[in-house]
Ligand binder design. Structure first.
Ligand SMILES: [Zn+2]
Length: 218
């Protein structure tokens, strides 16, 4: 299948309220872990370390920034932030959205895809951004809105997205560039070879010797 066709008629969608993936043809819920769950084998999410209100505020900002970027990329339309704190608009939401939007203005591409949900029958995920540049190179991009940087975890996540993408799309043999835009720190970066090798090693470990290894047999 070509990504252009899938993008027009996605086979899989994510129910944002329940965080469940489902087949659009049947509305049947797709079993199997998300990429977020898979990478927790190596990088457990220490929810106890974060105060509940900070966690909630962080998730709200992440959803807001991601949704507005997706809206902008898909429709070239500026949506508004609806969030308030004590009756005032939350300025960080808009500031971070505008920073990434400004960075993306420098990107020139032949094809661009935002927020696509995928399943390969083993696991599921939704990538933030994928585009084909004018040298026919594919860029897989993730947006981060928290200060906590963990490059090793980020590239592991992107390697699992690459697998999903190349499993499903005949026109994407591999990802050429992995990139992060961190709007909290206002940083844009890629990953060196050592980090990429480490991520491949960790990916194999999750596939071969974890609670999820059954999914990857045969
Ligand atoms: Zn907002």
């Amino acid at each position: 299948m070509k990504i252009k066709d899938y993008y027009a008629n996605p086979l899989v969608k994510l129910n944002e309220a329940t965080h469940e993936y489902y087949w659009t043809a049947t509305n049947e819920i797709i079993q199997g872990p998300s990429i977020t769950k898979l990478i927790e084998v190596i990088y457990p999410f220490k929810i106890k370390d974060i105060p509940a209100d900070a966690l909630k505020a962080g998730i709200e900002k992440g959803v807001c920034v991601h949704n507005r970027l997706s809206e902008y990329i898909k429709a070239k339309d500026d949506s508004k932030c609806q969030h308030t704190y004590n009756g005032w608009p939350i300025q960080t939401h808009t500031k971070e959205y505008l920073w990434i939007k400004e960075q993306l203005a420098n990107v020139s591409c032949q094809e661009i895809y935002s927020e696509v949900s995928l399943s390969n029958g083993r696991y599921n995920g939704t990538f933030d951004l994928l585009y084909l540049d004018h040298n026919n190179k594919w860029h897989l991009v993730d947006f981060k809105t928290t200060a906590r940087l963990n490059k090793a975890k980020e590239i592991l996540q992107l390697k699992f997205y690459e697998q999903l993408i190349t499993d499903i799309f005949e026109d994407i043999p591999e990802i050429d560039y992995y990139e992060i835009y961190n709007s909290k720190n206002q940083e844009h970066y890629t990953f060196d070879d050592d980090l990429q090798k480490q991520a491949e090693f960790e990916k194999a470990k999750i596939m071969n010797e974890s609670e999820f290894s059954e999914l990857f047999k045969n």
